[in-house]
Design a protein around this ligand. Structure first.
Ligand code: 4GS
Length: 213
């Protein structure tokens, strides 16, 4: 997976911790963070300019983004190019599964400012959104999407317990409420059925209390 961003330093905390770190160590996935600034124009390495037709703010220019995507494609020619934008398809669990099962890599483009020159969409295989709200950049969406994909890759999910929870899901079932010790905490009791040892009853309770996507 490759990420094109003006803020490479944002990724180390997320990619180098816990499951994503383990996935890299076990060679399930490899991350390459590409600094868009390196593809900027002129001595100032400019990456943005004002919009034609007027309006607030700055746009990412086409040329630096083309340069960065071409660099990433040279590293991994079969990789699919993904653009993080609130105008994109809403990300969901079934897409995470589909992307985790794919053989090819991904190149994430993280937008900044008021947007990007529309001509970069000619390079893009999919436009993806994490929700109907406006963020300051595409970095958090890219991290969210990467995390949701990598945890589904073979050899990442470690513990049997987690795998068991996963097996309940048809890919769209989200989580049910869970409890650990003690049985009673500040007058709040663990639901009786979970202490019953009745596996069928427990499965039924979990199904009834699952949030469906
Ligand atoms: C999202 C989102 C987003 C939009 C990037 C304004 C900077 C910002 N990207 N899902 N320009 N929601 N991007 O808000 O993907």
């Amino acid at each position: 997976m490759q990420v094109i961003t003006l803020f490479p330093e944002m990724f180390s905390g997320v990619f180098d911790t816990s499951m994503l770190w383990k996935a890299q160590k076990n060679e399930v996935v490899q991350f390459e963070i590409i600094n868009l600034r390196d593809f900027g124009i002129g001595p100032r390495k400019t990456v943005d300019d004002t919009p034609y037709g007027g309006g607030d703010g700055m746009l990412l220019m086409a040329e630096p983004l083309f340069g960065a995507v071409e660099h990433a494609k040279a590293n991994d020619p079969s990789a699919k190019v993904l653009l993080m934008t609130p105008r994109g398809q809403r990300w969901k669990q079934s897409l995470a599964q589909e992307y985790a099962d794919a053989e090819h890599g991904y190149i994430f483009i993280c937008g900044r400012y008021e947007g990007y020159d529309e001509r970069i969409t000619t390079l893009v295989d999919a436009q993806l959104s994490v929700g109907d709200y406006v963020l300051t950049g595409g970095e958090l969406p890219a991290m969210t999407i990467v995390d949701s994909i990598v945890r589904l890759m073979p050899g990442v999910l470690g513990g049997e317990a987690s795998a068991e929870i996963e097996s309940f899901s048809d890919g769209e079932t989200l989580e049910f409420p869970q409890y650990t010790r003690p049985e009673e905490f500040r007058d709040m009791k663990v639901p009786e059925v979970l202490l019953s040892g009745n596996h069928a009853a427990i499965a039924k309770w979990r199904e009834e209390n699952s949030k469906k996507a």
